[in-house]
Design a protein around this ligand. Structure first.
Ligand SMILES: [Zn+2]
Ligand SMILES: [Zn+2]
Length: 102
């Protein structure tokens, strides 16, 4: 696989995603990076600050959706894309089960 050039989502700089790095990411099942190394390091530094103790962590923004398939309202942990079918968690896992092994 040739080296890829990725445009940083943070600062817009194009940076190389080398063959070796691609292997590293693939081995770990990670998706390709969206940010250049300086931006990633900066983010990591921000997140690496004092850890909040106690429970209640892991709260993420959720978006309300209306399922394309069954019309049920649900919330998803990602921003739904306009013009694309969106499924509630039930239908999503059902369609995923169907697609498996296809
Ligand atoms: Zn950047
Ligand atoms: Zn549904």
């Amino acid at each position: 696989m040739p080296d890829l050039e990725i445009t940083c989502a943070e600062c817009g700089t194009a940076f190389p995603f080398t063959e070796r790095e691609q292997d590293y990411y693939r081995e770990r099942g990670l998706s390709h990076p969206k940010r250049c190394k300086p931006c990633r390091d900066a983010r990591r530094a921000n997140f690496g600050g004092p850890r909040q103790s106690g429970g209640g962590g892991g709260e993420r923004e959720r978006f309300e959706i209306v399922c394309d398939q069954c019309g049920k309202t649900d919330t998803v942990p990602f921003k739904p894309q306009e013009g694309r079918p969106i499924l509630c968690s039930d239908c999503f896992s059902a369609s995923r089960a169907q697609n498996r092994g296809a």
